[in-house]
Design a binder for this molecule. Structure first.
Ligand code: NDP
Length: 334
C-alpha cells in the first residue's frame, strides 16, 4: 500500500516517514522542491524504492495536489507553516494552512476514490483557549476548540496567528467531511510542543525547525536566565509519528480527534534535566531555581490516544536527553 505524506521534509515528517516505511508501507513524499527530495533521500535512503517523491511547489493553490493523490491508498496531510515570526498572516500562515488542507481533500475526492482514510496533523493550538491563561485545574480534551477568530488573530501576535492558522485548517477539514460526504474519513492528531531527536536534514543550526530551536536555545548559551514557559504541555515526535500510523490503520479512529500529549513541562524542568544528564553543558545552560514544582496550570488529556491508538508515551527524561544528544551531534556534524 502507498501513502502520500505531505510535509515529509520537516521535523515531524521525518519521524512519520520512519513510522510508515518501518511498518512496510510505500510512501510518496510530497515536498516543495527538487532539493528537498535529495535531502529526504539522504536521511531515509535505507528504505530504497519504497520511498518515492512528488513535487508540490505551492500547497495554497487549489489543484496543488491533483496529481499527487493519484493511485495512493491513504494520505497524511502535515504540510503547514510552523513559524512564530510571520508578518503577513494571510500569506504566510492562513492561506497555506487552510487552502493546503482544502486542496488536498478536494483532490482526493475528485481524483482518488480508493482513499478511505486521511490523517491530518492538527495541533494543541486548535484546542487551547489562550485568553483563559494558565487555567489551573482545567483538563483540555478533544472536545475543546480554540475559539479565536481570524479577525482577532489579525490584531494579535504571530504565535496566536499560527494557532489560528491550525484551527482554521482543522475546521476546514471537518466542514469538508460534513458538507461533501467524501469517500474517506479523517482523523486529526493534535500534539502540543513536540521535542525530541531530529531525523530530518538541517543545513545549519540557525535553520532548525521551531520546536527544536526552542530547546536548543536552552543549552547553547543564548539564554542567561530560564525563559518563561509559553506552552506547558509537550510530546515526543516518535509518539506523534506512531499516532499517525495507528490513526491510519484503526477503524475506530475514523472521524476522531486525538490529543497526543506526554505531560506537563516547564523550561525549568528541561534545564534541570539538561544540567543533570549533561554536566558538560552546565556552563551554557541557565540554572534558574532547580527542582521547582510546576506552577498550577491546565493539563492536556492524552489518554484517548493511549486507549484507542495504543500509544506508549516517552518520558520527559527520554525526550530531553534524546533531543539534546541529537542536537549536539547535528551541531558537531555541520
Ligand atoms: P517543520 O517546519 O519542520 O515542517 C513543516 C513541514 O511543512 C515541512 O515539510 C515544510 O516544507 C512544510 N511546509 C511548511 N510551510 C509550507 C508551505 N507554505 N508550503 C508547502 N509546504 C510547507 O515543522 P514540524 O515538523 O514541527 O511541523 C509539522 C506539522 O506539525 C505542522 O503541520 C505543524 O503545524 C504541526 N505541529 C508541530 C508541532 C511542533 O511542536 N513541532 C506541534 C503541533 C503541531 P519545507 O521543508 O519545504 O519547508
Amino acid at each position: 500500500k502507498t501513502i502520500l505524506i505531505s510535509g515529509a521534509s520537516g521535523f515531524i515528517g521525518a519521524h512519520v516517514l520512519d513510522a510508515f516505511l518501518g511498518a512496510g508501507y510505500n510512501v510518496r513524499a510530497a515536498v516543495r522542491s527538487e532539493n528537498s527530495t535529495k535531502k529526504v533521500r539522504k536521511t531515509h535512503g535505507k528504505y530504497g524504492d519504497a520511498l518515492s517523491f512528488v513535487i508540490v511547489p505551492n500547497i495554497a493553490v487549489l489543484g496543488a495536489f491533483d496529481e499527487a493523490v493519484k493511485d495512493v491508498d491513504g494520505v497524511v496531510h502535515m504540510a503547514s507553516p510552523f513559524i512564530l515570526n510571520a508578518k503577513d498572516y494571510d500569506k504566510e500562515l492562513f492561506e497555506p494552512a487552510r487552502n493546503g488542507t482544502l486542496s488536498m481533500l478536494k483532490a482526493i475526492k475528485q481524483f482518488n476514490p480508493k482513499v478511505k482514510r486521511v490523517v491530518m496533523t492538527a495541533s494543541f493550538s486548535c484546542i487551547l483557549d489562550y485568553n483563559k491563561g494558565l487555567r489551573p485545574g482545567y483538563n483540555y480534551t478533544e472536545a475543546d476548540w480554540n475559539p479565536m477568530t481570524i479577525e482577532e488573530a489579525h490584531t494579535t501576535d504571530p504565535a496566536n496567528a499560527y494557532s489560528v492558522s491550525k484551527t482554521l485548517a482543522e475546521h476546514a477539514a471537518w466542514d469538508f467531511v460534513k458538507n461533501e460526504s467524501p469517500n474517506f474519513s479523517i482523523t486529526t492528531i493534535c500534539p502540543p510542543m513536540v521535542y525530541g531527536p531530529l531525523r530530518h536534514s538541517v543545513d545549519s543550526m540557525d535553520k532548525l525547525n521551531t520546536s527544536s530551536a526552542d530547546i536548543f536555545r536552552l543549552f547553547n548559551g543564548s539564554e542567561k536566565t530560564v525563559p518563561d514557559t509559553t506552552f506547558y504541555c509537550w510530546t515526543d515526535p516518535r509518539d506523534v509519528a506512531q499516532a499517525h500510523l495507528k490513526a491510519y490503520e484503526s477503524e475506530e479512529a475514523a472521524n476522531q480527534r486525538f490529543i497526543v500529549c506526554s505531560g506537563n513541562y516547564s523550561y525549568q524542568k528541561f534545564v534541570d534535566i539538561i544540567r543533570d544528564k549533561f554536566p558538560e553543558l552546565r556552563d551554557s545552560t541557565p540554572e534558574g531555581k532547580a527542582n521547582q514544582p510546576l506552577p498550577p496550570v491546565y493539563t492536556l488529556d492524552g489518554s484517548k490516544a493511549e486507549k484507542v491508538l495504543g500509544i506508549k508515551y516517552h518520558t520527559i527524561e527520554e525526550t530531553v536527553v534524546d533531543a539534546v544528544k541529537s542536537l549536539k551531534e547535528l551541531e558537531k556534524s555541520l
